[in-house]
Ligand binder design. Structure first.
Ligand SMILES: [Zn+2]
Length: 112
């Protein structure tokens, strides 16, 4: 594969993980109220707002994990603790951890 195909595949994987996979989680684990859960999972994308405090805001050669404050290892530890709560807090924790995983694979899995 040439690099433009890899870039396309990377973009597809990113959006798949951001939009389709949360739908899958919501449908499998919270079928009674999957719509609400899906919206909560999508809302966890707001943690990317911490990028606005970085300079430059977007740098393709920089991984988010461990750099931005809502993507730091301390923040990830907090998200992990959220799994021990019940209800919405746990769902948010799942969404946030999954977001970190998405960002992580985005940066480390693809050669660049
Ligand atoms: Zn992110």
């Amino acid at each position: 594969m040439d690099s433009s195909h890899i870039a396309l595949l990377k973009t597809c994987t990113h959006y798949f993980l951001h939009f389709v996979f949360p739908l899958f989680i919501a449908w499998v684990f919270y079928r009674e109220n999957w719509k609400k859960v899906y919206l909560i999972l999508l809302a966890t994308m707001l943690v990317d707002l911490d990028h606005l405090f970085a300079n430059p805001i977007f740098d393709p050669n920089r991984g988010s994990i461990g750099f931005h404050f809502l993507h730091s290892y301390y923040a990830i530890a907090v998200y992990f603790l959220m799994l021990f709560f019940k209800g919405n807090i746990r769902i948010i924790g799942v969404g946030l951890l999954f977001h970190m995983l998405t960002d992580f694979q985005d940066f480390y899995f693809w050669s660049h």
